[in-house]
Design a protein around this ligand. Sequence first.
Ligand SMILES: C[S@@+](CC[C@H](N)C(=O)[O-])C[C@H]1O[C@@H](n2cnc3c(N)ncnc32)[C@H](O)[C@@H]1O
Length: 228
Amino acid sequence: MSEPSPTEQPPVDPEFGTLNEALAHFEIELEQPQVELLDRYREVLWRFNEQINLTRHTTLAKFVGRDVVDSLELAKHIAQGNRVLDVGSGGGVPGLVIAICRPDLKVSVCESTQKKAKVLFAMVEELGLSVPVLACRAEEALELSTYDTLTARAVAPLAKLLYWFNLHWDAFDELLLIKGKSWVEERAEARHRGFMKPLELRKLGDYPMLGGGESVILRLWRKETDEP
Ligand SMILES: C[S@@+](CC[C@H](N)C(=O)[O-])C[C@H]1O[C@@H](n2cnc3c(N)ncnc32)[C@H](O)[C@@H]1O
């Protein structure tokens, strides 16, 4: 059998010996106590990942190049001091990464799969983070508390998210999403289903994704209010 041509080879991730090296490669500057806490989070995440499927990003390159980069690109657009609810946190991305890197924010994480929520509780406790873990669907959490910002990565297509949150916009001001290039088709589907009518959407930025492709950060808010 012939070898695949070089153009068919998947790109090789860079290899790093330490989290500091990986952060430097991606030009991420954090205070040293935050780097140490982030590294402890990574260790705890990878340890729990041996028991329950939380992440496929089990190299320093992927952890930083995908999880930390996504979380910080999103966090750039969150105003100082905001109350944030990360929807469908899974293993804690972006919620726990943002809580570590932006201690000015009041981050809560929400996860509807009970096994994963249990792990989030354990991770938060082990790391000594002050992050409430809500073991329920985000729609239920929004009936109990209000937030400035909702965040989500890889939880559901836009139309589905907007369907879930349709009746809950009084409980938060903005929805910040990390999406891939399919966001344009997702917006078309959400428009087609009428979910975009009361909302504004702005693409806040884009950046290359490790391994190819592009990520975008989207903000949605209610038409009758100013952009948060
Ligand atoms: C594919 S994982 C993504 C996890 C994480 N955000 C990430 O990017 O690595 C999606 C998670 O969202 C959770 N989820 C789905 N619908 C939800 C909802 N309505 N409220 C809270 N969590 C939800 C699922 O249980 C799952 O753990």
